[in-house]
Structures are given as C-alpha cells and as structure tokens.
Design a protein around this ligand. Structure first.
Ligand SMILES: N[C@@H](CCC(=O)N[C@@H](CS)C(=O)NCC(=O)O)C(=O)O
Length: 275
C-alpha cells in the first residue's frame, strides 16, 4: 500500500451558518444560531484528493438572534394596551410605545379619525411586528406571551392561562360599560352597583378557588404566565380594590407580580393617565 497515495487526511474548517440561516431565523425566531464545524475526510489517490466522508457538529453561537422590531400603538392610556406593555416589561423587550392623543376632545378625535382607517378593525391597540400589523388587544398580548415564554409550557397550560385571561376580559368589559361607556346616569349607577356587589366578588371567589386547585402560586403550570400578569393589571385598575382582599391567594399573587423587578420598574416609570 502506498501510504503517500492513499493516505486519509482529515481537514477541519469552520463555516458560520449565520448568513444562511438568517432568513429562517427571521421567519421562525428559532433562538440559537449555530456554528457548524465540518470535518471532511478525503483520501488521496493517484495524487488526486477523493472525497470520502463528511462529519459535522454544531455548537450554539454566542450571537443573539435578532429581536423583531415592535411598535405598539394605542391612545395615551393604560386600558387595553397595558397588558401588552406589562408583558413586554416583564420580558425585558424593547419596543416603540406609540401613544396617540385620546379621542376625548375634538383634537384627539380628529387625529384618531385620520389613523382609524389604517387599522385592521378600526380600533386600537395594534402591534406592528417587523412591519406586520396585528390588531385586537388580547391577540397582541397572547402573541407577546407566546414569543417571550409567558403562555404556558404545554397546550393544556396555555388553555389554563387563556381561560383566566378570557374571564378577566369578560369582567373588564362589564367594568368599562359600567364605569366608562354607559351614558344614562341611572343605568350607570345600577351597573356600577352590580359590578361592585356581584360581578367582581363572584369573579374573585372563582379565581381564589382556581388558585386553591393549582397550588396557590400561579394560574397555569406552576410558573408565571400572562394570566398572572393580566390578573395584576385587572386588580390594579378596579374602582374598589378592597374586593381583592377577600380572595387572599389572588391578593398574594397580585402583590407578587407587582413586586417583580421589571413590572415594578415599569409601573413606577410609565406615563400617568386616568385609565
Ligand atoms: N376588541 C378590541 C376592542 C378595541 C377597542 O374598542 N378599542 C377602543 C379603545 S379602548 C377604540 O379603538 N376606540 C376607538 C374607536 O372604536 O373608534 C380589542 O380588544 O382590541
């Protein structure tokens, strides 16, 4: 055997696949990028190298995947955009917090009228993700929760979180109708009484029972999810907050979410508004 002619050589070289996978990563947000090391084993026969075998191994790159550019557009209010803002705060994600003048006066209404037709449902909030616009506040919040690990680890956990969020949405709509939207004063007083004496106490009683079932710490999967964050928001915005004290496990969870450093920092520094 001619050692020189048939010697197997192993050449190792590194190919960085970031550029090749950049598009895929942009599309799918696959978190780690990889450096791939190829080992090509060639044999040299009659003075010519002949490809024999290729092996490759992959190592996560230290480069961070690119974050999408988020622009959240809403009126200069907390209300329906605050769940998304709280999720973004907890996730430590940068975004443009675009605030339009609320349509409470002529100037605000004029401005909103010029923007409204460009929104998917004629309403705010909307979230632009790398320029793709998504409407509906809970769809926006759910997307952000999914993207940033706050939606539950399994489909069942996600459903348990969604269930709480839908319950919060039902109660929130009743609160908005009773305290903001209803114009007839007598009807308004009646709806507010019903909210304070029936809707809110029943809701918190049910939520307390749920926390008792799930171990008392969190609403889904024994870990923080957007359901806990939205409960914090709902409880913080109640006209009569004493109702929460009658549900001690919910009250403890609300306090725990409020004490999370990123949430606390956002709540202390966010723009002030009536709602
Ligand atoms: N279901 C929608 C409701 C959105 C909604 O009613 N937004 C209000 C502001 S809180 C709005 O855009 N009002 C102006 C209008 O309807 O012209 C959501 O959750 O995003």
């Amino acid at each position: 055997m001619n050692d020189k002619k048939n010697s197997a050589t192993i050449s190792t070289f590194k190919i960085t696949l970031e550029s090749r996978f950049a598009r895929l990563i942009t599309l799918h947000r696959a978190p780690p990028l990889y450096h791939t090391t190829y080992k090509l084993i060639t044999t040299v026969s009659a003075g010519k190298p002949r490809f024999h075998q290729a092996v490759f191994s992959q190592q996560p790159s230290r480069l961070k995947p690119t974050m999408p550019a988020y622009t959240l557009t809403y009126f200069d209010l907390r209300a329906r955009a605050e769940p998304a803002r709280l999720i973004l705060a907890q996730a430590g994600v940068e975004y443009e917090d675009k605030r339009l003048p609320p349509p409470f006066d002529e100037e605000g209404q004029k401005h909103w009228a010029s923007v409204k037709p460009s929104t998917p449902f004629g309403t705010l909030p909307i979230l632009a993700v790398d320029g793709v616009v998504v409407g509906q506040s809970m769809t926006v919040a759910r997307l952000l929760a999914r993207e940033h690990g706050l939606s539950g680890k399994t489909n069942l956990e996600a459903a348990q979180a969604d269930e709480i969020v839908d319950g919060i949405t039902d109660a929130t709509e009743k609160q908005y109708t009773a305290f903001l939207f209803e114009k007839d004063e007598a009807k308004k007083a009646e709806l507010q009484k019903k909210f304070n004496e029936d809707v809110a106490p029943t809701f918190f009683k049910n939520m307390e029972a749920r926390l008792e079932k799930t171990g008392g710490e969190f609403f889904a999967g024994n870990a923080l999810s957007w359901a806990d964050i939205l409960m914090f928001h709902f409880a913080s915005e109640l006209p009569d907050k004493t109702v929460v004290d009658k549900a001690p496990k919910v009250a403890a969870l609300v306090a725990k979410v409020g004490a999370l450093p990123n949430i606390k920092k956002w709540v202390e520094s966010r723009p002030q508004s009536a709602v």
